[in-house]
Design a protein around this ligand. Structure first.
Ligand code: NAD
Ligand code: TYD
Length: 366
């Protein structure tokens, strides 16, 4: 079959990537979706079980740092769009091992950009009808003040806007900032049609349980301590992952070339307040006495360089492309808790490492 479009999604076996792959495979049967993922500890093909047999879906296990392989895939599949999510993503890991973050996030992105440039510049129509969409984070903007710690959200008067100066603090955010600059430089230098988005913290199904929300849901289920960094006063702006995936779909198709869009839900929470909501929800769903798991809260040494507050202003995306989040936070957190508690096998496979066998089993069957 001739597909109308051939799109690479990198990092499609990860948390957000799996939602984007699912959305595109189901919404656009006339697009071929090529999931390119190295399957690091964070990549899990079980996240895509429901769509893995779809005729318009292809999975390729490959490292984005492998320039020759990226070139080969782009040529073989006549790729005209790239949605780039593959990355090392956990701040705590970046503090322990910054080199891996520079390699994947900076050099990996550069390798993809170069492969796209070589492929597209060799075509008669060159960059016409092409798009390189880079998914980034709000963490590149640095940290905001907590002007009103005791009041209600928003906890400050400043927000990250598309014009906010980059000021990354962690090795993770520094590597993402660097990759954003490379992407924009390929537009300015070679005329590549790029678009960049910077999103706030995502939550929802299939998130690796090293991140706050799935880690805490699982620890409550198991009666294990909940390690709160510092005083729990840091503020994050939370967006349901399917709302991010919808924004990516919209921006991939309708976003303006060379633009940046911020994506966020105007949904700031102090960590400790969020943790109390998670505890109340899990205890209620499990039928535990109200407040039972509050005793699991354990204050631990703060993360080095822990950014105080993130808060995204996504009004440009709303004004230009009419995007808005579909879920209220209360609904989103309820759905998320129910999903993790209903999918304990997924969680147990991930925490035991069994999910890494899935790829071998899956592909040896073919
Ligand atoms: P994740 O850690 O869950 O998944 C990352 C995926 O990338 C995994 O499947 C992994 O196997 C793959 N990968 C890693 N290195 C690779 C390499 N060298 N080659 C090919 N594949 C590789 O990440 P996530 O939370 O889904 O984040 C996806 C993207 O969205 C990242 O670029 C991240 O910076 C960005 N982002 C995440 C959030 C969030 O809250 N999670 C918020 C804003 C932006
Ligand atoms: P995380 O999910 O790691 O996302 P990010 O660092 O990208 O914002 O952490 C969210 C917040 O929760 C952050 O302020 C750090 C804090 N946190 C804890 O207090 N304890 C934990 O065990 C983890 C993983 C995070």
């Amino acid at each position: 079959m001739d597909y109308r479009r051939n799109i690479i999604i990198t990092g499609g076996a990860g948390f957000i990537g799996s939602h984007v792959v699912r959305l595109f495979v189901n919404t656009y049967p006339d697009y071929r979706i090529i999931n390119v993922d190295k399957l690091t500890y964070a990549g899990n093909l079980a996240n895509l079980k429901d769509i893995e047999e779809c005729p318009n879906y292809v999975f390729i296990k490959a490292d984005i740092c492998d320039f020759e392989k990226m070139l080969e895939i782009m040529t073989e599949y006549s790729v005209d769009g790239i949605i780039h999510l593959a990355a090392e993503t956990h701040v705590d890991r970046s503090i322990k091992d910054p080199f891996t973050f520079a390699k994947t996030n900076v050099l990996g992105t550069l390798s993809l950009l170069q492969a796209a440039r070589h492929t597209w510049e060799a075509l008669p129509e060159k960059y016409e009808g092409k798009r390189f969409y880079h998914i980034s984070t709000d963490e590149v903007y640095g940290a905001l003040e907590l002007d009103s710690p005791d009041g209600e959200a928003p906890y400050g008067t400043e927000f990250f806007r598309e014009t906010t100066k980059y000021d990354p603090h962690s090795p993770y955010s520094a590597s993402k900032a660097s990759s954003d600059h490379f992407v924009r430089s390929f537009h300015d230098t070679y005329g590549m049609p790029v678009v960049v988005t910077n999103c706030s913290n995502n939550y929802g199904p299939y998130q690796f349980p090293e991140k706050l929300i799935p880690l805490f849901i699982n620890n409550i289920r198991k009666g294990k301590p909940l390690p709160v960094y510092g005083k729990g006063e840091n503020v994050r702006d939370w967006l349901y992952v399917e709302d991010h995936a919808r924004a990516i779909d919209l921006i991939f198709h309708k976003g303006k070339t060379a633009e940046t869009y911020n994506i966020g839900g105007f949904n700031e929470w102090k960590n400790i307040d969020l943790i109390k909501v998670i505890i109340a929800t899990v205890d209620r769903v499990l039928g535990n006495p109200e407040g039972q798991s509050l005793s699991l809260i354990t204050y631990v040494t703060d993360r080095a360089g822990h950014d105080l507050r993130y808060a995204i202003d996504s009004s440009k995306l709303h004004d230009d492309l009419s995007w808005e989040p579909s879920l209220q936070f209360e609904e989103g957190i309820e759905k998320t808790v129910l999903w993790y508690l209903d999918n304990q096998d997924w969680m147990d496979d991930v925490t035991s490492g069994d999910y890494q066998k899935y790829y071998e089993e899956m592909y040896s069957r073919r």
